[in-house]
Write a protein that binds this ligand. Sequence first.
Ligand SMILES: [Zn+2]
Length: 125
Amino acid sequence: MKYYTFGNNFPSGDGDRWSGVRFWVTTLLVFWTLSTIGLGWLVNSIFILIGLIALVPVIGFFGLQWWIKWNIVTAECPICDASFNASRSSQFQCPNCGEPLQEQQNKFVRITPPGTIDIDVQVVD
Ligand SMILES: [Zn+2]
């Protein structure tokens, strides 16, 4: 296997420069050897695995962006007109006036328990 002594033909000072090349030549030789002895599926699955490892952060990043876009609503508080972001799925409080709110058709509405009749109370001094 003369390929394994490839780097030794160069002066010792250049050893580091060729170590990268040697690594890839060795890697290719290992893959080539594996595929010739019928382990091509192993090589393929390693490449698929490397591809998946490279793809997961990309998919995760775009997935997260999509999720945030879909899940976060920007609207105004019906009580004090303060504009803020909130999650679509949960109940939350207005950061300005503290009113408990929830999202309904891209708008924030007050949470009124079922059966409650919402009336405006006029305070007369
Ligand atoms: Zn408010």
